[in-house]
Design a protein around this ligand. Sequence first.
Ligand SMILES: Cc1cc2nc3c(=O)[nH]c(=O)nc-3n(C[C@H](O)[C@H](O)[C@H](O)COP(=O)(O)OP(=O)(O)OC[C@H]3O[C@@H](n4cnc5c(N)ncnc54)[C@H](O)[C@@H]3O)c2cc1C
Length: 480
Amino acid sequence: MQKTELEVIIVGAGPAGLTLACELRLAGIRVAVLERRQEATVHSRALTIHGRTLEMLGLRGLDQRFIALGKTLPTGHFAGLDTRLDFSGFDTPHPYTLFLPQSTTERLLEEQLLQDDLAVWRGALVEQTEQDEHGVTVAGTHDGAPFTLRARYLVGADGGRSLVRQQAGIAFEGLAASCSMIMGDVLLKYPPASPMLAMTNTAGSLMMVPLGNGRYRVIVMNAQRPHVAVSEAATLKELSQVSTAIAGHDFGLHDPTWLSRFGDETRLAQRYRQGRLFLVGDAAHIHMPTGGQGMNVGMQDAMNLGWKLGGMIKGQAPDSLLDSYHAERHPVGLALQHNTLAQTALLTRFDARMLALRDTISDMLLEPELNRKMASDLSGFGLRYAAPLAASAPLGNADWTGRRIPDWLLRLHDGTAVGIHELLHAGKWLHLSFDGAPATLPYAFDTSWLTSLQVKQAGPRLAGLKSLLIRPDGYADNAA
Ligand SMILES: Cc1cc2nc3c(=O)[nH]c(=O)nc-3n(C[C@H](O)[C@H](O)[C@H](O)COP(=O)(O)OP(=O)(O)OC[C@H]3O[C@@H](n4cnc5c(N)ncnc54)[C@H](O)[C@@H]3O)c2cc1C
């Protein structure tokens, strides 16, 4: 590996690091992605991609590649409660969750990077990272040979045990693990009638999810042995015994391709930015993987950081824009921590009181408003950022600030109709003018980073607006 004029080094080629690399390449940034694993992983921790993550992939024209290889489901779950969360009513091209193994998600992102002429440096183990006034230095071994790299910025996308975070001395406070679950990817002789099985009773909790080709993921929490350390090997025997205790039989589970144990350790990085260094994904937040959120939030962290870092490096935006990464994403990490702790409580205690609480909340979720609120929090559709970023362009209507803009159709003056999301494919800001006024707004950012369009006709949701400024990640910044 040679010294290169790099702008960004990303440590870790998981979903967060790869998503960030795609965003930076789109902006034309020189990036190195360093990954210690020689080969892409065959095991998939994550299976669920939420609608908002798909929408964000759609902002770059990538969503259909993912959908083509997965299976959509209009509902999701909170703590495995009987009443499922309903995504079908959201105003989005993706009112569902997509079942897709994490290994496929990573492969598709890596393929996109290759199209953008960037190969992940596999077999590159990072051992030392530091920053100074002018840049960052990263050292380690690549295929066993020592290397040192310099770049302007460093991103730790290196997972929950992040070396980047540890060497930067960023606190990772939270709760130690209190319990663990077993999961197995197995074949079933007697599959359940319902494709998504979730049961909780005094013996523990059980979830089953079809993986395709007759294979299922079975996840159990054993009420008799809740505190097992994650380092203790999971066995097919225990998976079978606990399934039987909960469901009365073990569905004939056999032939596992993967058995693993995971816990509820929950921590959040105190800072997502430290000078020239950033944390994304599990490097910034870990929690019990319930509700299928960790990878989604990590990819959305990367979407938030990517265009900001790209714009700043290209001189289109001031350094202060980078501070908004922590300001916007740390509260999301906090909310993630909060909802997964609540789910963990509901999923890991099995006395009559807790079972009654589960039933009570499940009943409340029959109320459409409550169901929608929970579904919108879990999926990311409900996220709203607090402050406008193009601060020197106060257009006047704060109601729109920070809201996600659905893929509404616009009719332009030349008669063409186009969806808003397609107009964001290039990763630029988008200014829509509805009253014909030119975009001579006092942007804090370079106007070469802006697509400006006169709109002839827009749908009812945009009625009454004169102007709408949309960020590259699809959130409204400002409106008038
Ligand atoms: C059982 C289970 C089920 C889950 N299901 C879901 C789900 O359905 N939906 C969801 O959204 N999330 C789910 N998650 C969580 C999800 O898997 C993680 O949040 C996600 O993998 C985090 O992505 P990441 O890119 O931040 O980190 P990782 O995927 O951990 O990637 C980090 C990468 O960095 C590399 N690396 C680490 N240290 C170094 C180093 N020193 N040098 C070089 N490379 C290094 C690692 O090899 C790794 O490839 C689940 C987790 C578990 C355990």
